[in-house]
Design a protein around this ligand. Structure first.
Ligand SMILES: Cc1cc2nc3c(=O)[nH]c(=O)nc-3n(C[C@H](O)[C@H](O)[C@H](O)COP(=O)(O)O)c2cc1C
Length: 276
């Protein structure tokens, strides 16, 4: 197999959990030359990976899928049949089709998927009142991520050629049936009630905004303009909650019935799964 001389972590990660996992996996490989491509914040320019590069792709799960903006941005990355690891990071509910979608996308971009994993990240809608997989990935998760990186690298150097994995073989998370039924029933109820869902985060106390610009700089879609931080363009906002989590004044909030619902239905913490 062609020698791998560098590892590149590539991620879309508004609240940094996918980034942490990707970087831990890259570190675990033990390859000293590391590069990072953060696809979260524009401008995004085309990326061409050298043939001796192992790629680590990580994205969050939105509604059981890869966020469409992450898909768009991964389409700017081109490989030359480089080996790749694909990782879906989800907020302790489920990841449905996201991992499969990521594997298909990465293959289309010129990579060979040699390993995959699912990790749990603190849910974007988690807050002090309704925590959802709080502080994940935690130390244990990141240790698992590093060991995973090492195992992938060890397998690569032992093999004569790169082997594509069958993504469907990854172990699915255990779903407690009652939690899922409760969740689905409540979602149907919410839909029937035609409750309006906040289109973008709001500001609790406008006069407390110091115009530090942290929210604008962290926004993946440029829905917040520097100097006009109190306004979020609802047509651009993807409700990733990056601005909510980064605000040093803690005045940005995104109120959604899903915070309470997910916190109560999915309080049992799930575990990462790997496939090599
Ligand atoms: C709009 C939206 C939809 C989400 N959908 C799901 C989902 O279907 N399943 C799940 O378990 N978590 C879901 N999450 C939670 C994220 O996948 C999770 O918080 C992830 O760790 C965020 O990654 P990041 O920190 O890299 O941004 C969703 C979050 C957002 C903002």
């Amino acid at each position: 197999m062609k020698t791998i001389t560098e590892v590149c972590s590539i991620f879309f990660s508004p609240t940094h959990t996918s980034k942490k996992v990707a970087n831990a996996v890259a570190k675990g490989t033990g390859i000293t030359k590391t590069i990072q491509h953060n696809l979260t914040i524009p401008p995004i320019s085309p990326i061409y990976l050298a043939s001796g590069t192992l790629a680590v792709f990580a994205v969050p799960v939105y509604g059981g899928h890869i966020p469409s903006i992450a898909t768009e941005r991964i389409k700017t990355v081109k490989g030359k049949q480089n080996p790749a690891i694909v990782i879906a990071v989800y907020g302790n509910r489920d990841y449905e089709d996201a991992l499969k979608e990521l594997a298909v996308l990465v293959r289309q971009q010129g990579f060979i998927v040699i390993a995959a994993a699912t990790f749990i990240g603190e849910h974007s809608y988690s807050n002090a009142k309704y925590p959802i997989s709080k502080d994940r990935p935690n130390k244990k998760d990141l240790r698992i991520a590093e060991i995973f990186g090492k195992k992938v690298f060890d397998k690569m150097i032992m093999s004569e050629r790169i082997h594509e994995i069958d993504i469907t073989q990854i172990k699915r998370p255990k779903q407690p049936i009652w939690s899922t039924l409760r969740f689905v029933a409540k979602v149907i109820q919410l839909r029937h009630a035609k409750k309006t869902i906040q289109k973008a985060p709001s500001i609790l106390n406008v006069s407390a905004c110091t115009h530090c610009g942290a929210c604008a700089k962290s926004c993946p879609t440029q829905a917040i303009a520097l100097g006009e931080e109190q306004v979020t363009d609802p047509t651009l906002c993807i409700r990733c909650c990056a601005c909510v989590k980064v605000c040093p004044q803690h005045i940005r909030i995104y109120e959604t019935p899903f915070s309470k619902l997910l916190s109560t239905c999915y309080s049992k913490e799930k575990e990462p799964q790997i496939l090599i």
